[in-house]
Design a protein around this ligand. Structure first.
Ligand SMILES: Cc1cc2nc3c(=O)[nH]c(=O)nc-3n(C[C@H](O)[C@H](O)[C@H](O)COP(=O)(O)O)c2cc1C
Length: 301
């Protein structure tokens, strides 16, 4: 069996496979399907400083080779997470990473500071695809200034491993990655969902309550692979790749363009055991290709 261990800065993963935020709950719902000890890590639901109700229904629509969602970061807030969820997940035998969202640099930082106190959470993933409330609602992650402002504020408040999750809805994702690296991120992950829309022609209206939503699933994979390739050449910090990964071969594709680790998202809705199967598949592929250490394939393309 090949060595599957990889590192995201100070964070060691037993293998490169993690689950993506918003698609794996808090892991608890999946324990019957995948032993957590099989995964490199899990990234739990998006967490904000204050509770959020999310958007009205319908919030999801199936599309060709993918899905649209506009869940809108529904969660009970970081204090509830710390008091009620953390005790249930802190002893899971994997890296439990919290995905942090916000509406101003200050409340991102405050949320991160609460999570810093939780001993068994070794890292956060910062979702910068959130609207900047003070600045007209444009997402932080679509401009260099917006991305820098959030990462700067959070870096001051959070000393453990900081992964920044990039938005693909930009002209040049490499520029955003460079800024995020300069502000002190330990790793970047990409991609978040691509903005999309789908129309029910009989009702003459959008299939989603708020009109638009985020596209995910196999439909986005070639875009994601291209962006991971670009970003891996632009920064020195590790890159985590995701977007449409359904199989071990998909995961290997991301690693070959420079991802040190990967996340599995929408695929969990189709098969809740898929993340474990991807770990097994990577192992089999490495053995059959006589690769002794997974790091040998990172960035070979
Ligand atoms: C229903 C749903 C909820 C999501 N919630 C979050 C979230 O809270 N925070 C976040 O950073 N990304 C969120 N995402 C984005 C995913 O983590 C991932 O970046 C995206 O779906 C692309 O990967 P995939 O094609 O493997 O699903 C969500 C995606 C879906 C489908």
């Amino acid at each position: 069996m090949a060595n599957l261990t990889v590192k995201l800065s100070a964070l060691t993963l037993r293998n490169p496979v993690m689950t993506a935020s918003g698609t794996f709950g808090y892991g608890l719902e999946f324990e019957d399907f995948v032993p957590m000890s099989k995964l490199g890590g899990i990234i739990v639901k998006g967490t904000t400083l204050l509770p959020r109700e999310g958007n009205d229904y319908p919030r999801m629509a199936e599309t060709a080779s993918g899905m649209l969602n506009c869940v809108g970061l529904q969660n009970k807030g970081v204090r509830y997470f710390a008091d009620s969820i953390y005790p249930q997940i802190k002893d899971m035998d994997t890296n439990v990473i919290v995905n942090v969202s916000g509406s101003s640099p200050e409340n991102y930082a405050e949320c991160a500071a609460v999570i810093e106190e939780l001993e068994r959470i070794p890292a956060i993933e910062l979702n910068i695809s959130c609207p900047n409330v003070k600045d007209g609602g444009m997402a932080f992650g679509v401009t260099c200034e917006g991305a820098a402002s959030v990462v700067k504020a959070v870096r001051k408040a959070y000393s453990k491993t900081l992964i920044v999750k990039l938005s693909p809805n930009v002209t040049n994702i490499a520029d955003i990655a460079r800024v995020v690296e300069a502000e002190g991120a330990d790793a970047v992950s990409l991609i978040n969902t691509l903005m999309g829309m789908s129309i029910d022609i009989e009702r003459r209206s959008s299939r989603l309550s708020i009109g638009t939503g985020g596209l995910s699933g196999p439909a986005v994979k070639p875009v994601a692979v291209r962006m991971v390739h670009q970003v891996a050449h632009a920064v020195k910090i590790p890159v985590v790749g995701l977007g449409g990964i359904m199989t071990a071969e998909d995961a290997i594709e991301f690693m070959m363009v420079g991802a040190t680790a990967v996340e599995v998202g929408t695929a969990n809705f189709i098969d809740p055991a898929v993340s474990g199967k991807i770990v097994e598949g990577i192992n089999r592929w490495l053995d059959s290709h006589k690769v002794k250490d997974i790091r040998e394939i990172i960035g070979v393309v």
